[in-house]
Structures are given as structure tokens and as C-alpha cells.
Design a protein around this ligand. Sequence first.
Ligand code: PEP
Length: 253
Amino acid sequence: MRKKIVAGNWKMNKTLQEANTLASEVLAMVNDEVKGDVKVIFCTPFPYLQSVKTIVGNNNRISVAAQNCSEHESGAYTGETSAAMLKSMDIPYVILGHSERRQYFGEDGKLLAKKVDVALKNGLAPIFCCGEVLEIREKGTHEQLVKQQVEESLFHLSADDLKKVVVAYEPVWAIGTGKTATAQQAQEMHAVIRKHIAGKYGQPTADEITILYGGSVNAANAKELFANPDVDGGLVGGASLKSREFTEIVKSI
Ligand code: PEP
């Protein structure tokens, strides 16, 4: 059975002290209040990975993730962080292809395929983001584009490697805008992604892939979004910065 996941993408927010407080608060609330079988992931800025990991401790429900990694194994790449470095810190997940990385840092499908490979080679599970901008949705070519994003960066993988990837569908027009995809829009695209994976790898493999929805998820809309059969949880930005709200989102699954 595929995993249910709620991941909080903290982006470039919080001081170290604030990050530690957020992690401690969510940890306590999740330990006390969350009963079901859901994995919670804190996607923290690089400098806070170790500290947040220490706070989380040996917890089989909560994990820590990085928000990016280099496509290179090692070497003269000032300012970059390698997958091997993350692995050596025992970090199990890394977000790759977030729309902010695509938009502001020019990351494209080819580069992301390399990042996916280097992450998997080093034993990290990519949380691979895809999603269309508003213009593409209005043109009606969003399904085609998202299928292409998935294909370009993931379809060279073996089925065994693909099963280690978590896909996050994040319509760019819904990220940080307060505008959420409707539950129906989310379900439709998740079903398209799963069907596309099934077309290449077969239905049993497609059924094992966790597909998260991201884009202005909050405590008020999470339940309806997560109730969809192909929505296996969420990648949450803004609302993951508030411990009570994030915990309520986790409880919505
Ligand atoms: C994100 O950054 O992945 C995200 C979905 O942000 P927000 O929830 O703020 O829209």
C-alpha cells in the first residue's frame, strides 16, 4: 500500500531558534494527537537539518527532508549541497523540481532527471514536484505539460527506482496565492499522473506511487483535498510554518 504523507516545505523561512520551536511544537502535537498511519516530513532549510533532526530524534512517524540538492556528486561547486552530504547526515528525502527552483533558478526537466539520479544513487527519496502555470491551465494544455514533466525527469528510471519517488502535483497558480485547486481539479490531475505512470510501468507500480497535492493547502481545505482516492497527502508551504495549523492538516488525512 502506498504511503500517506504530509510534508511541510518551510522554504527560506525562520531563524534557527524559530525553526527549533516549530519542530518541537509540531512533534509534541503529532505525538499526542495523530493516530493514523501518516508520515510527516519537515523540509527545512539546509542549515537547520541537523538541529531539527536531533529534535525529532528516533521517531518513525516524522522525517526531515532537504529542499534541493546538486546534480553533481562532489567537487568545486561553491555553495552547493550534494546528495551524498545529505545521506551522510541520514536525511531520507529531498524535494526536487519545486516550481520556485524551476522559475527562479532555471531548473528544467533534463537537469532534474540528473538530480533525481544522484539522489537515488545516494539512497535519498526524491519528492519530485510538477505542475502548470496559470497560462497553461487556461489554454487547456495542463495535463499534457504535467505528463511531460513527469516523463522527462522520471521515465528513464527502473520501476524499482520509480517506486522510491514521491510525486507532488503543485499547480503553480495555487502556490502561495491562497488559491487552491478544487478537490476535483486535484483528483483529475492526480489520476492523469497515475494513469501516465501505469501506461509506462503498469498499474501495480502506479498504484504504489504516493502523489501529494500542493498549493495553498490549509486546515480548512485539507480534508476535502485528501479525501480524493488519488491524493495521498500534501506538500504544504505557508501553512506548515504554523504548528497548530500544520498539525490540523496532518490530522485531516
Ligand atoms: C509549496 O511551496 O510547495 C506550497 C505548496 O506552498 P503554499 O502551501 O504556501 O501554497
